[in-house]
Write a protein that binds this ligand. Structure first.
Ligand SMILES: [Zn+2]
Length: 218
Protein backbone atom coordinates (compact mmCIF):
# COMPACT_ATOMS: atom_id res chain seq x y z
CA UNK A 1 0.00 0.00 0.00
CA UNK A 2 1.10 3.57 -0.58
CA UNK A 3 -0.42 5.78 2.08
CA UNK A 4 0.63 9.23 3.21
CA UNK A 5 3.89 8.97 1.26
CA UNK A 6 4.81 5.64 2.86
CA UNK A 7 5.08 2.24 1.24
CA UNK A 8 3.55 -0.25 3.64
CA UNK A 9 3.77 -4.04 3.43
CA UNK A 10 1.56 -6.29 5.52
CA UNK A 11 3.30 -9.59 6.25
CA UNK A 12 6.31 -10.79 4.33
CA UNK A 13 5.39 -14.37 3.47
CA UNK A 14 7.55 -17.45 3.80
CA UNK A 15 10.62 -16.14 1.99
CA UNK A 16 12.88 -18.00 -0.39
CA UNK A 17 15.27 -19.70 2.05
CA UNK A 18 13.64 -23.12 1.90
CA UNK A 19 14.71 -26.23 0.03
CA UNK A 20 12.21 -28.07 -2.16
CA UNK A 21 12.16 -30.95 0.34
CA UNK A 22 11.35 -28.59 3.22
CA UNK A 23 8.56 -26.97 1.23
CA UNK A 24 7.09 -30.38 0.33
CA UNK A 25 7.16 -31.33 3.99
CA UNK A 26 5.46 -28.08 4.96
CA UNK A 27 2.94 -28.45 2.13
CA UNK A 28 3.71 -24.97 0.82
CA UNK A 29 4.28 -24.11 -2.81
CA UNK A 30 7.58 -22.42 -3.60
CA UNK A 31 7.24 -18.72 -2.76
CA UNK A 32 8.12 -16.60 -5.73
CA UNK A 33 5.83 -13.68 -6.04
CA UNK A 34 6.49 -11.03 -3.39
CA UNK A 35 9.59 -9.38 -4.85
CA UNK A 36 8.38 -9.98 -8.39
CA UNK A 37 5.10 -8.24 -7.59
CA UNK A 38 6.88 -5.36 -5.87
CA UNK A 39 9.15 -4.99 -8.90
CA UNK A 40 6.09 -4.98 -11.16
CA UNK A 41 4.89 -1.97 -9.15
CA UNK A 42 8.25 -0.27 -9.74
CA UNK A 43 9.39 -0.92 -6.17
CA UNK A 44 12.53 -2.47 -4.72
CA UNK A 45 12.80 -4.00 -1.26
CA UNK A 46 14.62 -0.92 0.01
CA UNK A 47 11.67 1.29 -0.93
CA UNK A 48 9.42 -0.28 1.73
CA UNK A 49 9.04 2.07 4.71
CA UNK A 50 6.85 0.00 7.02
CA UNK A 51 6.26 -3.72 7.47
CA UNK A 52 3.34 -4.77 9.69
CA UNK A 53 3.42 -8.36 10.91
CA UNK A 54 0.00 -9.83 11.65
CA UNK A 55 2.01 -12.30 13.76
CA UNK A 56 5.46 -13.90 13.74
CA UNK A 57 4.75 -17.41 12.44
CA UNK A 58 7.54 -18.16 9.97
CA UNK A 59 5.20 -18.23 6.98
CA UNK A 60 4.27 -14.59 7.64
CA UNK A 61 7.62 -13.20 8.73
CA UNK A 62 10.33 -15.35 7.07
CA UNK A 63 10.24 -13.33 3.87
CA UNK A 64 11.46 -10.25 5.74
CA UNK A 65 14.87 -11.89 6.10
CA UNK A 66 17.45 -12.89 3.59
CA UNK A 67 20.56 -15.03 3.88
CA UNK A 68 23.69 -13.09 2.93
CA UNK A 69 26.54 -15.60 3.07
CA UNK A 70 26.44 -16.94 6.61
CA UNK A 71 24.55 -13.95 7.94
CA UNK A 72 20.82 -13.47 8.21
CA UNK A 73 19.86 -9.89 7.31
CA UNK A 74 16.76 -7.78 6.84
CA UNK A 75 15.43 -7.74 3.29
CA UNK A 76 13.61 -4.45 3.69
CA UNK A 77 16.66 -2.56 4.84
CA UNK A 78 14.99 0.80 5.33
CA UNK A 79 11.76 -0.37 6.92
CA UNK A 80 10.51 -0.34 10.46
CA UNK A 81 8.74 -3.54 11.48
CA UNK A 82 5.62 -3.43 13.65
CA UNK A 83 4.68 -6.32 15.90
CA UNK A 84 2.58 -6.74 19.03
CA UNK A 85 4.56 -7.07 22.25
CA UNK A 86 2.80 -10.24 23.35
CA UNK A 87 3.53 -11.86 19.97
CA UNK A 88 7.21 -11.01 20.21
CA UNK A 89 7.43 -12.25 23.79
CA UNK A 90 5.73 -15.52 22.88
CA UNK A 91 7.85 -15.97 19.74
CA UNK A 92 10.98 -15.68 21.88
CA UNK A 93 9.72 -18.31 24.29
CA UNK A 94 6.99 -20.47 22.72
CA UNK A 95 5.40 -23.53 24.31
CA UNK A 96 6.99 -26.76 23.09
CA UNK A 97 3.83 -27.57 21.11
CA UNK A 98 4.24 -24.36 19.07
CA UNK A 99 8.00 -24.10 18.87
CA UNK A 100 8.00 -25.08 15.20
CA UNK A 101 5.60 -22.25 14.28
CA UNK A 102 8.41 -19.74 14.88
CA UNK A 103 11.97 -19.42 13.64
CA UNK A 104 14.02 -18.26 16.60
CA UNK A 105 16.91 -16.94 14.53
CA UNK A 106 14.55 -14.85 12.38
CA UNK A 107 12.91 -13.33 15.44
CA UNK A 108 16.29 -12.65 17.07
CA UNK A 109 17.61 -11.03 13.89
CA UNK A 110 14.58 -8.77 13.68
CA UNK A 111 14.89 -7.84 17.33
CA UNK A 112 18.61 -7.10 17.24
CA UNK A 113 18.23 -4.94 14.12
CA UNK A 114 16.83 -2.07 16.17
CA UNK A 115 14.22 -1.62 13.44
CA UNK A 116 11.36 -3.27 15.28
CA UNK A 117 8.53 -1.18 16.69
CA UNK A 118 6.78 -3.01 19.49
CA UNK A 119 3.15 -2.10 20.09
CA UNK A 120 0.63 -2.90 22.81
CA UNK A 121 -2.92 -3.42 21.62
CA UNK A 122 -4.92 -1.45 19.06
CA UNK A 123 -2.93 1.31 17.43
CA UNK A 124 -2.73 3.70 14.47
CA UNK A 125 0.46 2.84 12.57
CA UNK A 126 0.16 5.63 10.01
CA UNK A 127 -2.56 7.93 8.78
CA UNK A 128 -5.54 5.72 7.88
CA UNK A 129 -3.76 2.47 8.80
CA UNK A 130 -4.92 0.85 12.04
CA UNK A 131 -4.11 -2.45 13.69
CA UNK A 132 -6.31 -4.32 16.15
CA UNK A 133 -5.04 -6.98 18.51
CA UNK A 134 -7.10 -10.17 18.16
CA UNK A 135 -5.01 -12.97 19.63
CA UNK A 136 -6.62 -16.36 19.02
CA UNK A 137 -4.50 -17.74 16.22
CA UNK A 138 -1.38 -16.76 18.17
CA UNK A 139 -1.05 -14.70 21.39
CA UNK A 140 -0.32 -11.38 19.67
CA UNK A 141 -2.07 -11.83 16.34
CA UNK A 142 -3.38 -8.54 14.90
CA UNK A 143 -5.52 -7.50 11.94
CA UNK A 144 -5.13 -4.37 9.79
CA UNK A 145 -7.62 -1.90 8.35
CA UNK A 146 -6.42 0.66 5.82
CA UNK A 147 -8.32 3.46 4.18
CA UNK A 148 -7.34 3.49 0.50
CA UNK A 149 -8.72 5.68 -2.30
CA UNK A 150 -11.04 2.83 -3.42
CA UNK A 151 -12.40 2.32 0.11
CA UNK A 152 -11.43 0.36 3.18
CA UNK A 153 -9.25 -2.73 2.90
CA UNK A 154 -9.28 -5.31 5.68
CA UNK A 155 -6.41 -7.73 6.28
CA UNK A 156 -7.60 -10.39 8.75
CA UNK A 157 -4.35 -12.39 8.71
CA UNK A 158 -4.87 -15.96 9.86
CA UNK A 159 -8.21 -15.22 11.52
CA UNK A 160 -9.71 -15.50 8.00
CA UNK A 161 -6.95 -16.62 5.65
CA UNK A 162 -8.86 -18.65 3.03
CA UNK A 163 -12.39 -18.61 1.69
CA UNK A 164 -13.21 -21.71 3.78
CA UNK A 165 -12.91 -19.45 6.86
CA UNK A 166 -15.98 -17.47 5.84
CA UNK A 167 -17.98 -19.46 8.33
CA UNK A 168 -18.00 -19.67 12.08
CA UNK A 169 -16.90 -23.28 12.45
CA UNK A 170 -13.73 -23.90 10.47
CA UNK A 171 -10.45 -23.40 12.32
CA UNK A 172 -6.86 -24.46 11.72
CA UNK A 173 -4.69 -26.89 13.61
CA UNK A 174 -2.27 -23.96 14.21
CA UNK A 175 -4.93 -21.90 16.02
CA UNK A 176 -3.93 -21.65 19.67
CA UNK A 177 -7.31 -20.52 20.97
CA UNK A 178 -10.07 -21.78 18.72
CA UNK A 179 -12.91 -20.07 20.62
CA UNK A 180 -11.10 -16.74 20.41
CA UNK A 181 -10.50 -17.17 16.67
CA UNK A 182 -14.19 -17.80 16.13
CA UNK A 183 -15.37 -14.89 18.28
CA UNK A 184 -12.93 -12.49 16.57
CA UNK A 185 -14.00 -13.85 13.20
CA UNK A 186 -17.65 -13.27 14.03
CA UNK A 187 -16.92 -9.70 15.07
CA UNK A 188 -14.84 -8.83 12.00
CA UNK A 189 -17.03 -10.62 9.46
CA UNK A 190 -19.98 -8.72 10.76
CA UNK A 191 -18.11 -5.37 10.52
CA UNK A 192 -16.85 -6.23 7.02
CA UNK A 193 -20.30 -7.25 5.93
CA UNK A 194 -21.93 -4.07 7.24
CA UNK A 195 -19.36 -1.79 5.64
CA UNK A 196 -18.75 -3.84 2.46
CA UNK A 197 -14.97 -3.88 2.96
CA UNK A 198 -12.57 -5.46 0.54
CA UNK A 199 -10.80 -8.26 2.32
CA UNK A 200 -7.41 -9.85 1.65
CA UNK A 201 -7.16 -13.62 2.14
CA UNK A 202 -3.48 -14.17 2.79
CA UNK A 203 -3.38 -17.94 2.20
CA UNK A 204 -5.63 -18.01 -0.89
CA UNK A 205 -3.76 -19.30 -3.92
CA UNK A 206 -6.22 -17.59 -6.26
CA UNK A 207 -8.47 -14.56 -5.91
CA UNK A 208 -7.00 -13.29 -2.63
CA UNK A 209 -9.02 -10.07 -2.76
CA UNK A 210 -12.71 -10.38 -2.18
CA UNK A 211 -15.47 -7.94 -1.78
CA UNK A 212 -16.97 -9.24 1.39
CA UNK A 213 -20.45 -7.90 0.72
CA UNK A 214 -20.89 -10.65 -1.90
CA UNK A 215 -20.71 -13.34 0.76
CA UNK A 216 -22.92 -14.27 3.65
CA UNK A 217 -21.99 -15.70 7.02
CA UNK A 218 -23.01 -19.34 7.55
ZN1 LIG B 1 -0.06 -18.30 11.51
Amino acid sequence: MHIDGKYILIDAGLGARWTTDELDLLDFERPRRMLKNLNALGLRAEDIDIVIFSHLHYDHSGGALVQVGKTLALLFTNAVYYVQRRELEYALNPDPAHIHDYQQKDVNTLLSSGQMRIIDGDCEIANDVKVFLTGGHSPGHQVVIAQLPGGEVFYPGDIISVKQHLDLQTTMVYDMDRARVLSERRKWLSAASLAGWRMILCHAYRNPVLNFSKYSIN
